[in-house]
Design a protein around this ligand. Structure first.
Ligand SMILES: Nc1ncnc2c1ncn2[C@@H]1O[C@H](COP(=O)(O)O)[C@@H](O)[C@H]1OP(=O)(O)O
Ligand SMILES: [Mg+2]
Ligand SMILES: [Mg+2]
Ligand SMILES: [Mg+2]
Length: 311
């Protein structure tokens, strides 16, 4: 009986299923080839895939959890209204439904939850054909803290028993850990992952001081956090504004469920209450372990921290 299952676990299980559907929408828009690109601002685009995936996610979750505050990147009067019935998902992932809910989250009510939705993270990369960088992000926060999250990769390819499978969904729940893939230990040398499409002099300065053996430049906050969890990189550094709460909520939840840490460049956690401002003004610093996070934080010069706080 799903009604005996704590709300957070049900909401995470529903988010896994709806992220899979949103991922299919993202692939379908690309195969049709009509991206419908709209420029929202400088280096800031939206496509039909962003709009449609958001409507699928928000409508599906709102129908089942009407009192949860759901905030999406592509919210707006132009992106509302009826949706196709096959976009309304009511399934819930069975593996997630069987998770043990952390004691502190067992009695959480809908009104106490804020869900941050990024229907398509890595839009620049999506429009430029770097499809493996694209993710669908659903972050669940309680008391301003990300406690659970989903990172879905619509273009991840696996072969299982000779059959090609496209797409995979990684989830994390506080105290319960992560699922959907097997995390790997960090690389032996210091490998940094950072932005591909939103760099500037401060971003580059923060990379120089890290003394890294290698810098990977890839798109999306979701993809970069997955690189940390898969042992492809050790630290994610982005010393700039540009990311917003929906970019970091799910990645932070998944990373911290795996023992990692995501903060701003000053080492402070972002807050995810519904009234918080959307922009993450003071950048992103994330690592797969708390030790690596402190290492990186200690290398960021005070002037750089001040320059970012003043902006
Ligand atoms: N200057 C910016 N303007 C708009 N979105 C940004 C900006 N910088 C970062 N982002 C968002 O944060 C994500 C991670 O940044 P980056 O890829 O540069 O490391 C981007 O994919 C984008 O999310 P989205 O693609 O969902 O709009
Ligand atoms: Mg965007
Ligand atoms: Mg994003
Ligand atoms: Mg987006």
């Amino acid at each position: 009986m799903t009604s005996n299952i704590p709300l957070i676990v049900r909401l995470l299980a529903s988010s896994v299923s709806v992220a899979n559907r949103a991922g299919k929408i993202v692939r379908d828009v690309m195969s049709k080839g009509e991206l419908g690109i709209v420029e929202k601002g400088k280096d800031d685009y939206q496509t039909e895939a962003d709009r449609s995936a958001q409507r699928c996610i928000v409508a599906s979750l709102a129908a089942q959890y009407p009192k949860v505050n759901i905030i999406g990147e592509e919210d707006g009067p132009d992106n509302e209204g009826d949706i196709a019935s096959d976009w309304l998902i009511s399934e819930a992932d069975k593996e997630v439904l069987s998770l043990e809910c952390p004691a502190g989250l067992r009695s959480v009510k809908e009104e106490e939850i804020v869900v941050w939705v990024d229907p398509l993270d890595g839009t620049s990369e999506y429009t430029q054909g770097f499809l493996e960088h694209v993710t669908v992000l659903i972050g669940i926060s309680v008391n301003e803290k990300p406690v659970a999250g989903v990172i879905h990769q619509p273009y991840y390819k696996t072969i299982l028993g000779g059959e090609k499978i496209v797409g995979r969904t990684i989830w994390g729940l506080q105290e319960a850990g992560v699922g959907g893939f097997t995390p790997a230990p960090p690389p032996d040398s210091l490998i940094i992952t950072t932005t591909r499409s939103h760099s500037n002099p401060l971003v580059e300065k923060a990379l120089q001081v890290m003394n890294a053996a290698q810098v990977l430049r890839v798109g999306g906050a979701g993809y970069k956090v997955l690189q940390l969890l898969e042992g492809k990189a050790s630290i994610y550094v982005f010393a700039s504004s540009g990311c917003k709460k929906w970019d970091t909520c799910a990645p932070e939840a998944v990373l911290s469920a795996a023992g990692g840490k995501l903060t701003d460049i000053l080492g402070e956690f972002y807050k995810y209450g519904g009234t918080e401002s959307r922009p993450n003004k003071t950048g992103v610093l994330a690592a797969v372990s708390k030790d690596l996070h402190s290492y990186a934080l200690n290398r960021i010069p005070q002037e750089l921290k001040e320059a970012l706080s003043k902006k």
